[in-house]
Design a protein around this ligand. Structure first.
Ligand SMILES: Cc1ncc(COP(=O)(O)O)c(C=O)c1O
Length: 418
């Protein structure tokens, strides 16, 4: 391991030459043992002692003590994970069906609430049918692996989530990545793949930057090249669009989308994932999507709660409206502090710090000491020149909590207090 140990990151240890197949690379162990690297990793896997609300308690890795914190890292955007009606519905499902589904959906795991929830999700997304998975990652991996074959072309925005890439790897399709939201570059890729079966994959809200895809123009290109489209609305379902149906609704292009993916772990407040598409594709995936047909059906207790979460979030726009009011208040405050918020167009707001990992970790520690929990996002998750914090805005945030947040960020990041 050379002197400049801090120039290394998780991007550097993928290849493992340890003769012991069950051992980590030896230089990885050495790197992990370095005090600065250990300090950086201490920000991860900190244990929450209560529900992932905005106001919660943490067992801090920094001092080993319990602290009340303002939690701006959670994907519980609408507070549904602890909504009283959701909890009551989940408890009722738990009492009626038990904890687990105890079987793969194709064999013995399908319960009536799975069928009903999938039907409601398909109706919500304006598609013919829906497949429910036990995880969001599983849904992306399983759907892409089920749809694509060797010889096909999978063309993805370079900022697409790992689950989409892993699905592509598993499928054996040729994968091409276009520069983020770059239509000319996408067209070049489509030219390369011309004449083949092509699927273009984008996200609704890009999770590290909070920006949106140029969806209408991307769909124009898909149609010109006879390519199918797949949109990952993990961070946008229940939040974007007049009825909360997502970014496709926001742009008025829902009927032009081939496959609509959503996760149930973020704004829905539970866990799981789903894909909505034509009846024929969903029927086909039931045979060829391993994450669905070789994995246990979602927990009934979670499914019961999720069905209520969908109802609560869509019976009126109040949760969404509160979220957007909070986004606008916080963004205005952060812009007033002169911070670099990248190109965020959503409730995901990066605060870009720059190339210094040391600064990033220093700020993270100082903010946590003051009671603000904001995870540092380091390379390789984001480019090395644009290390950042990422605020996940919640509808649960009060004015006082937002003001407190802005004061701490100003003191630590703008004024350099520690
Ligand atoms: C864009 C995107 N897609 C898919 C997933 C996977 O969802 P889950 O965490 O529910 O498995 C995530 C999770 O972070 C995501 O950000």
């Amino acid at each position: 391991m050379p002197d400049n140990i801090l120039n290394f990151s998780l991007a550097d240890f993928f290849f493992n030459d340890n003769p012991d197949v069950l051992g980590a690379p030896s230089d990885f162990e050495e790197w992990m043992a370095h005090p600065a690297v250990r300090k950086g990793f201490s920000f991860f896997e900190q244990v929450l002692l209560e529900a992932p609300r905005v106001s919660t308690r943490i067992l801090s890795n920094l001092d080993g003590r319990e602290h009340r914190i303002i939690n701006l890292t959670s994907y519980n955007y609408l507070g549904l994970s602890t909504h009283p009606e959701v909890i009551a519905a989940s408890k009722a499902a738990l009492d009626k069906y038990g904890l687990g589904s105890s079987g793969a959906p194709l064999l013995s795991g399908t319960l009536d609430i799975h069928v009903e929830f999938a039907r409601r999700l398909a109706e919500f997304k304006g598609k013919e049918d829906c497949l429910l998975y036990s995880s969001g990652l599983g849904a992306n991996v399983g759907a892409i692996q089920g749809i694509m074959r060797k010889g096909d072309y999978l063309i993805m925005d370079e900022k697409c989530h790992k689950s989409l890439v892993d699905g592509g790897t598993l499928s054996g399709a040729k994968m091409l990545f276009f520069a983020h939201n770059d239509l000319d570059n996408l067209q070049m890729m489509l030219e390369k793949a011309k004449g083949k079966r092509i699927l273009v994959v984008v996200e609704g809200v890009y999770s590290m930057d909070g920006d949106l895809p140029k969806l209408p123009e991307i769909l124009d290109l898909c149609e010109a090249y006879n390519a199918g489209s797949y949109i990952d609305e993990a961070h946008s379902t229940l939040i974007f669009g007049e009825n909360g149906r997502g970014v496709a609704e926001h742009f008025g292009v829902e009927d032009r989308i081939g496959v609509s993916f959503g996760t149930l772990s973020k704004s829905f407040g539970g866990v799981g994932g789903f894909v909505c598409a034509t009846k024929s594709l969903i029927r086909y995936l039931k045979g060829y999507s391993s994450a669905w047909n070789f994995s246990c059906a979602p927990s009934p207790a979670v499914t019961g709660g999720l069905m209520k979460a969908l109802e609560v979030a869509t019976r009126d726009s109040s949760l969404r409206d509160t979220l957007w009011a909070n986004v606008s208040y916080l963004k205005k405050g952060l812009e007033g502090l002169g911070l670099d918020l990248g190109g965020s167009e959503s409730h995901v707001i990066p605060i870009i710090i720059g190339p210094s990992g040391e600064k990033l970790m220093g700020y993270a520690g100082a903010m946590q000491k003051r009671g603000l929990f904001l995870q540092p996002v380091d390379f390789p998750a984001v480019p090395a020149h644009a290390r950042r914090f990422r605020i996940s805005v919640s509808s649960q945030l009060s004015r006082e909590e937002m003001d407190e947040t802005l004061t701490i960020i100003e003191d630590v990041i703008v004024k350099g207090a520690d």
